[in-house]
Design a protein around this ligand. Structure first.
Ligand SMILES: Nc1ncnc2c1ncn2[C@@H]1O[C@H](COP(=O)(O)OP(=O)(O)OP(=O)(O)O)[C@@H](O)[C@H]1O
Ligand SMILES: [Mg+2]
Length: 264
């Protein structure tokens, strides 16, 4: 039975049908946009095999936490201090298991480990907790949905992959757990020319809207393909932290505003 996280207002899952669509980039920038609008925001990186959030926020740990024992603890009190960065509270497996350590590959165990770790973090009072789900519908996604009360899911897609949402199991996974889908963020939607700022349509449009209409999914916004976004995130200075204004910044702020309206 999914249980709420004490002190946390709304829990938001960010997911995608497949990997590499920019889900983590979008998650980090949206978390910053929400925080900059005055909300208290936490960020949990549930990607055990490719935990990228620390890198994108410019924090890293060389060695694993010595006393990290996620399962079978007698005392259920949260004990893991989150990292405070750019106004966010963040925890990731990248900080618990060290960059050079390997992670077990037993799926049920991974599911329990991630879900337990989420509860073991001292989140404090939060308005929003965003969880970066790994792509697909395996573990730890399944166990997280079964054990944590999630208020809404955000799907990140690229224009070419939009049709995959139909076939992708992410949608079914959230429907099955009765988690409302807040909408879709179309990432790398168009190219923002680095020289003149002009909007270049890189992808064909007609099939895109069909996929959304079929599923009655709302598009919460379009994020351009932009050098400032990738350069910033890869250097640990996400756009929303590094740059106060601009059309790309506005795109994220607008989406964050829509999320706030949907999950007040
Ligand atoms: N809007 C964008 N404009 C330019 N580059 C982008 C944009 N979004 C993401 N990228 C780049 O694309 C790459 C993949 O992004 P990211 O790691 O966020 O994807 P992901 O969906 O989380 O991947 P994974 O499935 O591995 O977790 C990164 O190098 C990132 O800098
Ligand atoms: Mg990612």
């Amino acid at each position: 039975m999914p249980r709420p996280l004490p002190g946390v207002g709304k829990v938001l899952a960010v997911a995608s049908g497949k990997g590499g669509v920019g889900k983590t980039t979008v998650t980090v920038n949206l978390a910053l946009a929400l925080a900059q609008s005055g909300a208290r925001v936490g960020l949990f990186d549930a990607d055990v095999y490719g935990p990228n959030i620390p890198l994108m926020l410019g924090v890293h740990r060389q060695q694993g936490t010595q006393a990290y024992v996620p399962i079978a603890r007698a005392d259920p009190k949260p004990y893991i201090e989150p990292v405070f960065r750019y106004g966010l509270r963040m925890m990731s497996f990248g900080l618990l298991v060290g960059e050079k350590d390997t992670v077990l590959s037993d799926p049920p165990l991974i599911g329990r480990m991630v879900s337990q770790t989420l509860r073991d973090v001292i989140w404090g009072a939060l308005d929003y907790l965003m969880i970066d789900f790994p792509p697909g519908s395996g573990e730890p996604q399944h166990t997280l949905l079964q054990t944590v009360q999630i208020d809404g899911a955000l799907l990140v897609t690229t224009p070419q992959d939009l049709s995959l949402l139909d076939a992708g199991r992410s949608l079914g996974m959230f429907h099955g757990a009765s988690v409302p889908i807040l909408g879709v963020v179309e990432n790398m939607s168009y190219l923002a020319c680095p020289h003149c700022g002009e909007r270049v349509e890189v992808f064909h449009h007609s099939e895109r809207s069909w996929a959304i209409q079929d599923q009655a999914l709302e598009v919460l916004g379009h994020v351009p393909m932009d050098l400032a976004i990738s350069r910033g995130i890869d250097a640990g200075h996400p756009l929303l932290q590094a740059q106060p204004t601009g059309p790309q910044v506005d795109a994220f702020r607008q989406i964050a505003g829509r999320i706030r309206a949907k999950l007040p």
